[in-house]
Write a protein that binds this ligand. Structure first.
Ligand SMILES: Cc1ncc(COP(=O)(O)O)c(C=O)c1O
Length: 386
């Protein structure tokens, strides 16, 4: 008899990174020097102090014991202290903080905790793919919140059709934004709170680039807004800010009611964060200078890449945050056709904007996760393909 599998997965397109990795491997197998600007995987190692601390923590006899989903009290306390010192937000470490095995896991499980078939999630478009796949895997659907250049890549809540708002239970967005690089506009989180109150929504702010905001622009926490906080959580990932994506560290912070439900789900599915990582992160969050190096590095690369693109006639607004350039397609091709041609003709991988939703048409995303010489070489190869 043949093997049979859940139809659940058929609802979801293949994950963008999996698809890109396959295309890159095929070209490299032919001996081609592919430059990948596709995947936002930090290329710089974490601060040496972090690695030394983790090495020490791994030696503890109890480091390999089962953790709990709630995490160590000292870790939750460190997250609360970080919220106070970094964002000026007071949170209760006992009821308002939950460790996650990365933001991706947390956002997918939030959808599973909140949505049922017949309901929907309002999601930023373009947006990080799990905003859509989480609801789909939960048997629910999604409705896009278009992020358009003419609105500074902010959602226009007045445009949400009342039929969609009536079915919605969840709203997910994130700033500094992947892929557009926009930071949250003044008053955005208050507006989301008001809209959420009107329609009975759980709100989720994905703060994956909390420490990667440039120039004088700080990346605020959504929890600084009382209206947002009354019915929302923020997902703070350390992957990018501390250059530790493989460690799988994030936190859900905010509404105790939502935290409790997410915790209930997670106790059924995972068993919490590696204790040595928990102790290392409790220490790291109390060292204010640990997250500054990645920010400085991406800012330098951003400026170099924007200048190199301008020199070949592609004008890109320098992003205010995040580690990507959101580049208008400079030809009359679709974003997919342009990115496929760049791979075939220039051996350069960029992500088609439509990988982040229909509103990504007309753009490709360039990740600033390569050294400067490779970035500039990729851009001169792009010039050759124009
Ligand atoms: C907007 C956004 N959210 C979440 C994530 C995933 O974060 P984590 O590594 O904590 O799962 C990413 C990673 O690229 C991202 O860009």
């Amino acid at each position: 008899m043949t093997l049979r599998f859940s139809a659940r997965l058929d609802a979801v397109p293949e994950y963008v990174t999996a698809r890109l990795n396959r295309a890159i491997a095929e070209e490299r197998a032919k001996g081609i020097d592919v430059i990948s600007l596709g995947i936002g995987d930090p290329d710089v190692p974490p601060d040496a102090r972090l690695r030394e601390r983790l090495a020490e923590e791994v030696q503890r006899d109890d480091a390999a014991r089962y953790p709990t989903n709630l995490g160590l009290p000292d870790l939750r306390e460190a997250v609360a202290e970080h919220y106070q010192s970094r964002f000026g937000v007071t949170v209760d470490p006992r009821t308002e903080v939950l460790p996650l095995l990365g933001a991706k896991e947390g956002i997918a499980h939030l959808a599973l905790s909140v949505l049922d078939p017949g309901t929907l999630s309002l999601i930023a478009d373009p947006g990080y793919p799990v905003y859509a796949s989480g609801p789909m895997l939960a048997g629910a659907s999604t409705h896009p919140l278009p992020l358009l250049a003419e609105h500074g890549f902010q959602p226009n809540l007045a445009d949400v059709p009342s039929a969609a708002a009536a079915l919605a239970r969840l709203l997910v967005c994130g700033y500094p934004n992947n892929p557009t690089g926009a930071v949250a506009a003044e008053g955005l989180f208050d507006s989301l709170g008001g809209f959420g109150e009107q329609h009975g929504l759980v709100l989720c702010h994905d703060h994956a680039y909390a420490e990667i905001a440039y120039d004088a622009v700080a990346a605020p926490s959504a929890l600084a807004s009382a209206a947002f906080r009354a019915r929302g959580i923020e997902i703070l990932s350390l992957s990018k800010s501390y250059s530790i994506p493989g460690w799988r560290v994030a936190f859900a912070v905010g509404s105790p009611e939502i935290i409790a439900v997410l915790h209930r789900l997670k106790t059924q599915i995972d068993s919490g964060m590696f204790p040595a990582v928990q102790r290392t992160i409790a220490w790291a969050l109390r060292q204010p200078d640990l997250a500054t190096a990645p920010r400085a590095l991406y800012r330098t690369r951003r400026d170099i890449a924007c200048a190199a693109l301008a020199a070949i006639g592609i004008s890109v607004t320098p992003p205010a945050g995040g580690m990507y350039l959101w580049v208008p397609v400079p030809t009359d091709e679709t974003s997919l056709a342009f990115s496929e041609r760049l791979l075939a003709e220039a051996a350069v991988v960029v992500t088609p904007g439509t990988a982040y939703g229909a509103c990504g048409e007309g753009y490709v995303r360039i990740a600033l996760t390569l050294p400067e010489d490779r970035l500039t070489e990729a851009i001169s190869r792009i010039a050759g393909a124009l």
